[in-house]
Design a protein around this ligand. Structure first.
Ligand code: HEM
Length: 493
C-alpha cells in the first residue's frame, strides 16, 4: 500500500518539547490519548514526538492505522520494535525472536489448536472454575450482604485460573496455587514500560524476570516429558495442540519452542482479558439498568423454571446480542493496547490524504523512526462516533450508526489469508481492538468466550455496585490500559 516516494520528501512535524532527549515522554506516558488528540489538533494526523531519544511517528485515523498495520514486512517490523521486551519474557526462538515468516506459521499452529471442539470443552471448564472460585474465594452469601472487591484483581485471578485450566493444561492449573503463580508475578514485573524503554538495567527485577523465565520454561518441558512417558488423559490444551507441529521447511517445533510459545500465549491473554473484564464489570456496576438487561438475557436463554441456570455451550456464547455489544463497546472505550509500535525499515511515503498542510506536500516517515498506530484514537474519535466517550452498548445494534457499519465491515471485511487462518483484514477500520493485518490477534475467539462465560457467571450470581461516586479513572502507566481504584461491591442475588 506504500506509494512512490516524492522527490523532495519532508519529515512530519515534530511535537514541541522543552528537553531534547526526554521529549514528550511525560505527557505521552501520563495520558497517551489526551496527548494524541491534542497533537492531532495542532499538527494533523501525522506527527513525530520524541520519547527518550527515540523518534516516534504517530499516524492517526483508519488510514494511519493502515499505514503501519497494513504495511509490508519489508517496510515495518514488529520484531525489531518488540524483541528486547518480549524475548527475555517469552524465551528464545519464537514470536519476535525469529523471522516474521516463522511467527506467521506459529500463529497458524495456535489457530489450529483453537478448534470448535476445544473451545466447547473450554466453555465447560471455565464455568467450573468460576463456580469454584466464587465458593472458595469470594464467599459472598445472602447472610454476608454486599462485599467490597477489587474488580481488577478478582478478574485477574479468575482469568488466570480459567486460562490455565483450558489453554495451559491441567498441570499448569494444578501448580497455580503453588510456585507457578510466583513465577508469573516475577515475569509480569519484567514486562513493563521500563523494560520496553531500557532492556538491560542492572536491577533485581530484571534478574528475577530471567530466573522466572528459565524456571517456567523448564516446567513446561517437564510437563511434556511426563506426558510422553506416563499416563495422560487427552485434553484439548494448547501444549498437546502444538506438539507435532512442523514448519513448512520440514523443521518441527521443539519442546523448548512450545514452552516459549505457551509463555507468550499466557502473557498475551492475561492482562488484556483481565483488564477488559474488569472494565466491563465496572460499567455494569455503574449502569444497574444495563446489568438488569444483561441478567434478563441470561434468564431468557439459559434460565430454568426453578430460578437456576443451565450451562452455556461455546456455540451459544455467540448468540447473545447484548453480551456481545457490551464486550464490543468495552473494547472500544478501553482497548487494552493503546499504542502499537513498528520499527520503520524503509522510508514510508505518507499518502496525501493523511499528510496535512498543502496538497502539494507529502511526508515521508524515514527508516529508523518508530511508526505508532493508536486504534483507540479512532475508536474514541468524536468525528466518528456519537457521544464518543460514553459507554453505550446499544450503539452496536441500533440501525444506521457508525458502530453498526464498523461492525459489519469488521465481521464481513476483506478476508485475507495471512497463513494463520483467514482473518478479516480491516486494516482501515475505525475499530481495531485486536489489531489488524499480519500481526492481528489470534486469541479473539478465546477472549470472547472467556469474557462471556466469566461475566455471565458473575451477573447470574451477583448484583454489582460501584463503591465510589465517580467512574474509575485510567492508569496508562502499565503495558496494558487498566482501571484505577477498581472497587465494586457484590451482593448475592
Ligand atoms: C496480537 C489484542 C487476547 C494472543 C494482538 C494484537 C492486539 C491484541 C491489539 C496486535 C499487536 C500488534 O499488532 O503489535 C488483544 C486483546 C485481547 C487479546 C484486546 C483480549 C481482550 C489474546 C489471547 C491470546 C492472544 C487470549 C492467546 C490465546 C495473541 C497473539 C498475537 C496477538 C499470538 C500475535 C502477535 C503478532 O502477530 O505480532 N492481540 N489480545 N491475545 N494476540 Fe491478542
Amino acid at each position: 500500500s506504500q506509494v512512490v516516494l516524492p522527490k523532495d520528501p519532508s519529515l512530519p512535524p515534530v511535537v514541541f518539547h522543552y528537553i531534547p532527549w526526554f521529549g514528550s515522554a511525560a505527557y505521552y506516558g501520563m495520558d497517551p490519548y489526551k496527548f494524541m488528540f491534542e497533537c492531532r489538533d495542532k499538527y494533523g494526523d501525522v506527527f513525530t514526538f520524541i520519547l527518550l531519544g527515540r523518534r516516534m511517528t504517530v499516524a492517526l485515523g483508519p488510514k494511519g492505522n493502515n499505514l503501519s498495520l497494513g504495511g509490508k514486512s519489508t517496510h515495518v517490523s514488529a520484531e525489531d520494535a518488540y524483541t528486547h521486551l518480549t524475548t527475555p519474557v517469552f524465551g528464545k526462538g519464537v514470536v519476535y525472536d525469529c523471522p516474521n515468516d516463522m511467527l506467521m506459521q506459529q500463529k497458524k499452529f495456535i489457530k489450529h489448536g483453537l478448534t470448535t471442539e476445544a473451545l466447547q470443552s473450554y466453555a465447560e471448564l471455565m464455568v467450573k472454575e468460576a463456580r469454584a472460585f466464587f465458593a472458595n474465594n469470594l464467599k459472598v452469601t445472602k447472610a454476608s450482604g454486599p462485599v467490597k472487591i477489587d474488580a481488577l484483581h478478582t478478574m485477574a485471578d479468575l482469568v488466570v485460573l480459567s486460562a490455565s485450566r483450558t489453554l495451559q493444561g491441567k498441570e499448569v492449573r494444578d501448580s497455580m496455587s503453588t510456585h507457578f503463580a510466583k513465577l508469573l508475578e516475577d515475569l509480569d514485573k519484567g514486562f513493563t514500560p521500563l523494560n520496553f524503554m531500557f532492556p538491560n538495567l542492572p536491577l533485581p527485577s530484571y534478574r528475577r524476570r530471567d530466573r522466572a523465565q528459565k524456571e517456567m520454561s523448564d516446567f513446561y518441558l517437564s510437563i511434556m516429558e511426563k506426558r510422553r512417558t506416563g499416563e495422560h488423559d487427552h485434553e484439548h490444551d494448547m501444549i498437546s495442540a502444538l506438539q507435532g507441529s512442523v514448519y513448512r521447511n520440514g523443521v518441527p517445533l521443539t519442546d523448548r519452542d512450545i514452552a516459549h510459545m505457551m509463555i507468550a500465549i499466557l502473557m498475551a491473554g492475561q492482562h488484556t482479558s483481565s483488564a477488559t473484564s474488569s472494565w466491563f464489570l465496572l460499567h455494569l456496576a455503574h449502569n444497574p439498568e444495563l446489568a438488569d438487561k444483561l441478567y434478563a438475557e441470561q434468564v431468557e436463554h439459559f434460565g430454568n423454571p426453578d430460578g437456576t441456570f443451565r450451562d452455556m455451550t461455546f456455540e451459544e456464547t455467540k448468540t447473545l446480542p447484548l453480551m456481545d455489544a457490551c464486550i464490543r463497546e468495552t473494547l472500544r472505550l478501553h482497548a487494552p493496547i493503546h499504542s502499537i509500535y513498528r520499527l520503520v525499515k524503509q522510508d514510508i511515503a505518507v499518502p496525501p490524504s493523511l499528510s496535512a498542510p498543502s496538497e502539494s506536500q507529502t511526508y515521508v516517515i524515514p527508516k529508523g523512526h518508530f511508526i505508532v498506530a493508536a486504534p483507540g484514537v479512532s475508536q474514541m474519535d468524536p468525528k466518528i462516533w456519537d457521544n464518543s466517550t460514553e459507554w453505550n452498548p446499544a450503539r452496536w445494534f441500533e440501525d444506521g450508526g457508525v458502530a453498526k457499519t464498523a461492525n459489519e465491515q469488521y465481521q464481513a471485511g476483506e478476508k485475507v489469508d495471512y497463513g494463520f487462518g483467514v482473518v478479516s483484514k480491516g486494516t482501515e477500520s475505525p475499530y481495531q481492538p485486536f489489531g489488524a493485518g499480519r500481526h492481528r490477534c489470534v486469541g479473539e475467539q478465546f477472549a470472547y468466550l472467556q469474557l462471556t462465560v466469566l461475566v455471565a457467571e458473575i451477573i447470574r450470581t451477583y448484583k454489582l455496585k460501584l463503591v465510589a461516586d465517580e467512574f474509575p479513572k485510567t492508569n496508562y502507566q502499565t503495558m496494558i490500559v487498566l482501571p484505577l481504584d477498581p472497587y465494586i461491591t457484590i451482593e448475592r442475588r
